[in-house]
Design a binder for this molecule. Structure first.
Ligand SMILES: CC(C)(COP(=O)(O)OP(=O)(O)OC[C@H]1O[C@@H](n2cnc3c(N)ncnc32)[C@H](O)[C@@H]1OP(=O)(O)O)[C@@H](O)C(=O)NCCC(=O)NCCS
Length: 168
């Protein structure tokens, strides 16, 4: 049974660490940032970072974290989305992403758009496919952004209030 929640508990920190590491996609520095963001969000609900967690039989197996880009009217960023290695391909990432979209729409019904930054290298091909399947468009490539030969690829999804965004 998959359940979702968006209120954090202190015990979720270990799950965030485990899931982020299990992905094999994030560097130790990126893991530290993910945990710092979690700590901020746990301490202060107004931190600007919002989390959605997916649980299977009470164990957290995936999460998404998003927030509003400061100094913009209705641009939001999906900072992290990660599913435990053993739970990928079961529709959990899609459902987490849709929950984030619905929450963004609650905050900015008009003109909301959700950005996701990812990498252009081969390892991230599945990630890019995921965004494309979810209706994100590639809007920019920043050549050699992360390192020489390692581009940033920016995806964007424009959110429409009329569409059913939230999946069961
Ligand atoms: C990318 C990620 C979040 C996707 O979550 P998921 O639960 O595995 O994906 P879902 O099962 O919800 O799939 C949703 C859609 O994306 C597609 N998709 C997911 N993984 C894919 C893959 N490896 N290759 C191609 N398409 C993929 C699915 O086919 C599905 O589309 P469809 O139903 O129309 O066929 C997850 O695989 C993950 O944690 N990856 C590692 C971390 C990462 O890259 N995070 C993003 C940081 S930039």
């Amino acid at each position: 049974v998959i359940a979702f929640r968006d209120v954090l508990r202190a015990a979720d920190r270990a799950a965030i660490e485990r899931i982020t590491q299990s992905s094999g996609f994030f560097s130790p520095a990126e893991l530290l940032v993910a945990l710092e963001v979690f700590d901020d969000a746990l301490r202060d609900a107004a931190s600007g970072y919002r989390f959605h967690l997916a649980e299977v039989d009470g164990a957290v197996v995936g999460y998404a974290c998003w927030g509003k880009d400061t100094l913009t009217e209705s641009s939001f960023e999906l900072y992290w989305i990660a599913i435990d290695d053993g739970w990928r391909g079961h529709g959990i990432g899609r459902r987490l992403g849709r929950r984030a979209e619905a929450a963004v729409l609650d905050e900015a019904p008009a003109g909301a758009q959700l950005f996701a930054e990812t990498a252009g290298r081969e390892q991230y091909l599945p990630t890019r496919r995921f965004y494309e399947r979810e209706g994100y468009r590639q809007v920019a490539v920043l050549p050699d952004y992360y390192a020489p030969g390692d581009d940033m690829v920016v995806y964007c999804k424009r959110l429409s209030p009329g569409l059913p965004q939230r999946l069961p």
